[in-house]
Design a protein around this ligand. Structure first.
Ligand SMILES: [Zn+2]
Length: 392
């Protein structure tokens, strides 16, 4: 095991070592080497001494912790009808945010221009220099190719296929920090995992919005699949709807039958105005009887497909998230999921509504950015380059 400052940083960040004595015990290194590593991390402001402002005296060892105020993260979630841009500290604490009413169908230039302007407004509002940002995370409602980090044939994002989102933001903000692009359900799943389910080795989150997608977290990491298509269950074909044409061009997809868009179309046919998952969510909040009925029925169809996912990965937690997440949707999912799954696959399964609402995506993006920018290898590299020391 390499035990450079980066590995020390990991031990402190994840709470495996809280004092210099702990670090000595865990690594087996000498007191002097431990002191050198800790001093390097302290002078780079990557860690801080907790409680060091207390009057000295006594021999209580000083506690060390990750300095979550070292720098900031910009997190932006692009949804079908709107985007959200937030500035957070490294622990995911929201410092400022803004919602932008730009639809994903407006195309990448218009949406990313709006996001760039919002980033500058938030930085000005919090008196933060661009150099105080350590990374940018951005989520999109479609699959992302893990190799290129670009959208990969996204069915509900016309004009975004293979669009260089990271390059656009590097030029427009401008920043030299990493820009991570992730699928929205993946970002939400890791966000929920970070906040409430850290000890769960396998978690899935199904996001039901204008479309339907699933994020899968295994052993604390998002499972993207070879081409970024893992969890893209919205376009699983249901056998009994050959007449319904999906936005992806195929017939009978789950999203064409049970997504927010599908429900909005059914409501419109009944004379109730709705065009997006967000509109359906608003009607659910108002207790609209038809919206409740159709959402419950959609839940039943989603539960059928989730039964396969549950049998395949046997998760500990299955979360229902997105604007349609409601008790009527959840009860529909449960009605079909349990009878259609093997008892072994569900006996320890916790099926419930996502807990952090629309914060999950922002929290998840912050976590992904921090994991990348402050990985042990990145910290080791950073400490060999003194000019990369504290950004803020
Ligand atoms: Zn489809």
């Amino acid at each position: 095991m390499t035990t450079g400052p980066g590995e020390f940083f990991d031990l402190i960040r994840y709470g495996h070592a809280r004092t210099r004595g702990d670090l000595q015990a865990v690594t087996g290194l000498s007191r002097m080497t431990v002191a050198q590593r800790v001093d390097a991390l302290l002078s780079a402001s990557l860690i801080r001494e907790a409680g060091s402002d207390r009057p000295s005296g006594g021999r209580r060892p000083t506690r060390l912790e990750f300095n979550t105020e070292h720098s900031l993260v910009v997190a932006a979630t692009i949804d079908t009808t709107h985007s959200r841009v937030a500035l957070t500290d490294l622990a995911g604490l929201m410092l400022a945010e803004e919602s932008i009413d730009l639809a994903v169908v407006d195309g990448p230039e218009k949406v990313l221009h709006g996001i760039t302007e919002a980033i500058h407004r938030l930085l000005a509002q919090t008196d933060t220099a661009v150099s105080g940002v350590s990374g940018i995370g951005i989520s999109v409602p479609g699959p992302v190719d893990p190799r290129s980090s670009r959208p990969s044939q996204p069915p509900i994002m016309p004009g975004w296929d293979a669009y260089p989102i990271a390059e656009y933001l590097h030029d427009a903000v401008p920043v030299s920090v990493p820009v991570l692009v992730e699928n929205d359900a993946n970002a939400m799943a890791i966000g929920e995992h970070s906040v409430g389910f850290k000890d769960c080795p396998s978690l899935a989150l199904v996001k039901i919005s204008t479309g339907i997608g699933t994020g899968i977290v295994i052993n604390g990491r998002v499972y993207q699949g070879i081409d970024g298509g893992a969890g893209d269950i919205g376009h699983v074909r249901l056998g009994d709807h050959p007449d319904v044409i999906c936005q992806c061009g195929a017939r009978g997809c789950l999203a064409a039958v049970a997504s927010g868009r599908a429900i909005a179309q059914k409501l419109t046919a009944l004379g109730i105005k709705a065009s997006s998952g967000r509109d359906v969510g608003d009607l659910l909040a108002q207790g609209n009887v038809e919206a409740l009925r159709l959402t419950h029925e959609a839940g039943r169809r989603i539960g059928e497909v989730m039964a396969t996912l549950v049998c395949l990965i046997n998760p500990g937690v299955l979360l229902i998230g997105g604007p349609l997440a409601s008790s009527s949707l959840l009860s529909g999912v449960r009605e079909t999921l349990y009878p259609m799954s093997l008892p072994r696959a569900t006996r320890n399964l916790d099926v419930r509504l996502a807990t952090t609402g629309d914060m999950a995506g922002i929290t998840g993006l912050t976590r992904l950015v921090v994991d990348k920018v402050f990985s042990s290898s990145a910290v080791n590299a950073r400490l060999n380059e003194p000019d990369l020391a504290p950004a803020r």
